[in-house]
Write a protein that binds this ligand. Structure first.
Ligand code: AGP
Length: 608
């Protein structure tokens, strides 16, 4: 998604903003730009391509600013060209605007402005904002901005600078994240808090329809009625270095290797070993709301949806609560049937996925309580929910979800124990489950220690154009996740399938050029899966089995076997997923793919 970064203060605004945009690169973009004010003059630069292209243009122009706003654009309205890149200016170049999101009524606003003789130069919805502010401006920028924002419909975060006001950035947001960072006689704005961590950890988020006037020594915030309001600063929970690659070639590899610690953090201080149960200190749900839960509906997209599927298996198996999982982008357009006693669980690593947030708003409108499972403090989803359990995974910068997914599954396992112990699970059963969880980080480390095997296998399986991941029970959602990982970072057309479904069609596709990764680590269904291995092999597909250590009877069927530590079926998905992450990573690396920022993808999909 688009990224916004702005700076006002005594520092070098150009380099601070450019470096801020670099922290937002992981969101995905195709062009970038910067605008600012110096000596009463507004200047800008914008280029298609990576930030390095913009940096060169800025240097060639010798741009210096007292105040600046920057933008990385992920094209929605208008193809990625220099003229469509942000910032967008008014006709007389008195002001510049950057924007994330979509202004849904831009066409009608554009035609109204054209009737007044305004000439548009780009195909974007954003340019409308620049011309509107200019049309209302009679010396009071805040008033002109207010009148403009009052006309806009849609989900947007906007920042504007004006040549007459070199000391302030005006911002607003509606269903789109925008965070303000407060420093020592300097201030920052950004699309997400990761980009601010190097400068300040004292931040607040702009809520819907609020407008802020950001200057170096103070930030004034006004609500939708234009009344001044005070915002409570929150302190970010992580340090700046957590968003550096360190010695790793990619953020994705770093975050794969962070999983033992991320899982420890997700479990830390949440075990109640004496009672074989769990506690979530941040969960503000009334205990009776949880005891009374008769049905659970889980909402999510992509990897979060896959985590939700695994959560539903655990909740039904262990807590005996009927649980339904829905793809949020589908669910949001249904008229959901929600009964009393239903708990909604919304899963989102970023907390900014538009489809998940829209689905949550729909079910909340029907009166249900929503529990968010999320990784980002202050994100939109956490503010749209009745309670939140944080993953504590630390910033996830790589576009593909790795530690986000595994910590989501861990949190869902913990939530299952909490709810199961309120029902039929005995203290001993709860303690046994917690014991298996406790071993998980070291077991994940064992898989990671085996990275050389994955690097070697990758050379053998990197040059296929399609692949299947198959599995049964807990290995079915794990297959979906494994296929998604390979798909999104290596561009191999890989599909995840329930192994039992292969004979209902997909088996027609098997051939020596279509490898199958069979996820065997599910004890209760292994004997059935063994027959699938034979099916696959007899069609000539190269076959890789990912199986638990000690599970010897694979009968020499697979061409290659990857071993993962043995644990209970409910937790094997985490170990097998780390294996499929490493496989996807090294295959993508073999193919020279842009692993941290795969083509066409964004880290958080804040538009429909
Ligand atoms: C997963 O690797 C992808 N990046 C994508 O499917 C992601 O899981 C999905 O967009 C949901 O993101 P969220 O968890 O931030 O809501």
């Amino acid at each position: 998604m688009c990224g916004i970064f702005g700076y006002v203060g005594p520092g070098d605004a150009v380099s601070i903003v450019i470096n801020g945009l670099k922290k937002l690169e992981y969101r995905g973009y195709d062009s970038a730009g910067i605008a600012g004010v110096k000596n009463g003059q507004l200047k800008y630069a914008k280029e298609v391509g990576k930030l390095s292209v913009l940096e060169k243009e800025v240097q060639d122009q010798g741009l210096r600013f007292d105040i600046a706003i920057g933008h990385t654009r992920w094209a929605t309205h208008g193809v990625p060209t220099k003229i469509n890149a942000h910032p967008h200016l008014d006709t007389n170049h008195t002001l510049a605007v950057v924007h994330n999101g979509i202004i849904e009524n831009h066409e009608s606003l554009r035609s109204a402005l054209k009737q007044k003789g305004v000439k548009f130069v780009s195909d974007t919805d954003t340019e409308v904002v620049a011309h509107l502010i200019a049309s209302f401006y009679q010396g009071d920028l805040l008033e002109a901005f207010r009148q403009t924002v009052g006309l806009l419909k849609g989900a947007f975060a906007i920042a504007v600078v004006h040549k007459d006001f070199p000391d302030r950035i005006l911002v607003t947001a509606n269903q789109c994240p925008l965070v303000v960072g407060v420093g020592n006689n300097e201030a920052f704005i950004a699309s997400d808090s990761h980009a601010l961590a190097k400068h300040t950890r004292e931040v607040f988020f702009i809520s819907d329809a609020e407008i802020a006037v950001v200057t170096a020594d103070k930030v004034e915030v006004f609500d939708a009625k234009h009344e001044p309001i005070s915002k409570e600063l929150m302190t970010l929970a992580y340090e700046a270095e957590s968003i550096e690659k360190g010695s790793y070639a990619h953020f994705t590899l770093k975050e794969i290797h962070e999983q033992p610690q991320a899982i420890r953090n997700a479990m830390g201080s949440r075990f109640v070993e004496e009672y074989g149960s769990v506690t979530f200190e941040e969960l503000k749900f009334d205990i009776n709301d949880l005891i009374g839960v008769q049905r659970i509906l889980i909402l999510g997209c992509g990897s979060s949806y896959h985590a939700g599927l695994l959560g539903s298996y655990m909740l039904e198996d262990l807590a005996r609560i009927p649980t339904q999982v829905e793809i949020a982008s589908e669910f949001r357009y249904r008229n959901p049937i929600v009964k009393s006693g239903t708990l909604i669980i919304a899963i989102s690593q970023s907390g900014e996925t538009a489809d998940t947030i829209a689905a949550v708003k729909e079910v909340r409108a029907k009166g249900t309580k929503v529990l968010a499972i999320c990784n980002v403090q202050g994100s939109t989803l956490t503010r749209e929910s009745d309670g939140c359990i944080f993953l504590r995974a630390g910033p996830e910068i790589g576009v593909c979800s790795t530690k986000g997914f595994t910590t989501q599954v861990v949190v869902l396992a913990l939530l299952t124990v909490l709810l199961a112990r309120m029902r039929h699970m005995s203290k001993q059963e709860g303690q046994d489950f917690l014991h298996h969880l406790q071993k998980l980080p070291d077991q994940v480390q064992q898989v990671l220690n085996n990275s050389a095997q994955f690097e070697k296998l990758a050379k053998k399986y990197a040059n296929y154009d399609s692949a299947f991941f198959i599995g049964r029970r807990y290995m079915f959602p794990t297959s979906l996740e494994g296929a998604l990982k390979l798909k999104e970072i290596s561009y191999i057309n890989s599909s995840g399938y329930a192994a039992g479904e292969m004979k209902h069609g997909p088996i027609a596709l098997l051939n020596p050029k279509c490898p199958v990764f069979a996820l065997c680590a599910n004890k209760t269904t292994f004997s059935k899966l063994e027959s699938n291995l034979r099916e696959v092999k007899s069609r000539g597909s190269p076959l890789v089995a990912i199986a638990e250590e000690g599970l010897n009877h694979l009968g020499g069927i697979p061409d290659d076997i990857i071993r993962v530590p043995e644990t209970i079926d409910e937790l094997e998905p985490i170990l097998v997923t780390v294996a499929t992450q490493l496989l996807a990573y090294y295959i993508a690396n073999e193919r020279g793919a842009d692993i941290d920022q795969p083509r066409n993808l964004a880290k958080s999909v804040t538009v429909e």
